[in-house]
Write a protein that binds this ligand. Sequence first.
Ligand code: HH2
Length: 259
Amino acid sequence: MGIVNLTPDSFSDGGRHGDEAAALRHAETLLREGADMLDLGAESSRPGAARVGEVDEWARLAPVLRGVLKLGVPVSVDTCKTGVMQRALDLGADAINDITALRAPGAESLLASYPDAGVILMHMRGEPASMQQLTDYEDVGAEVLDFLEERATKIHALGVASHRILLDPGFGFAKTAAQNLALQATLAMHSPRHPWLAGWSRKSTLGWISGAPVTERLPASLAAALAAVRAGARLLRVHDVSATVQVLSVWRAMENARP
Ligand code: HH2
């Protein structure tokens, strides 16, 4: 999954694809590099990020979403606002990627009413502005897995078919670096009942481990991508598609080779 951020303030690429033409060019580049799908976001969720109103979020999203939907690949929209979800689905978005796991009023029933839409349910506590103060867990792996299974069960019961649901442990969202690592180790041992997505790309845990600043975390992101696949991740949300595809293809060829 290639990331297309339409924000001035994303943690690693804020303002880089600000205008519509630049964002479309970026989306096309990610597809040429081998992305299977695109994730469009117009509100940053980095720790401490300011909230964006629904009107402004949609104004950033709509023109680029219209263009990207013509590229013929699945497109998810990264939003936690029910109104933005509805407009995106009406325009033809294939999935909603929600860092709040459809907890906004009306979001669950909205998704149930679009029978073909996929949904990514992510674990987070609180809001991006305050989430890094909410990292007190007894057992982060068990708590996140329970949360995701509960959300998936509820949303399935409301009418979202099981095969439409993807889970995401939410690396970096209300978790310390050590908790992110423990969480992935738990997922490696206990796979959830739905496929899961890993979003490690350029995140601060990788800087904590390697000492690399955000602009120099490509090697760290690639190592994390491989570790996530090995732990069972089925989808990788990444900024650097070309390098990720290359690393995965070599790793897979070697993993599958037989004497
Ligand atoms: N991470 C970010 C944003 N959305 N969605 C899911 N499902 N999983 C993630 O790990 C995830 C996400 C943060 O990355 P980015 O979009 O590059 O930054 P920002 O939120 O600052 O725009």
